[in-house]
Design a protein. Structure first.
Length: 59
């Protein structure tokens, strides 16, 4: 199992040397998607919880 993990990480490092642009684009895409998902989740929670909703209205 440990050997498999090492091989996987090595593969990622090798691919990163060959395609740095693609990998960094994928990482940025993943981060942006994650941030949007968290923002949407927080917005949904603030809409459903009355206390947070009041805080937003008072601002």
């Amino acid at each position: 199992m440990n050997n498999f993990l090492k091989l996987g990480f090595n593969d990622i490092r090798l691919r990163d040397q060959h395609l740095p642009g693609l990998i960094s684009t994928l990482v940025w895409y993943q981060w942006i998607l994650g941030s949007l998902y968290i923002a949407l989740l927080l917005w949904t929670l603030s809409r459903t919880i009355p206390g947070l909703n009041l805080l937003i209205y008072l601002k």
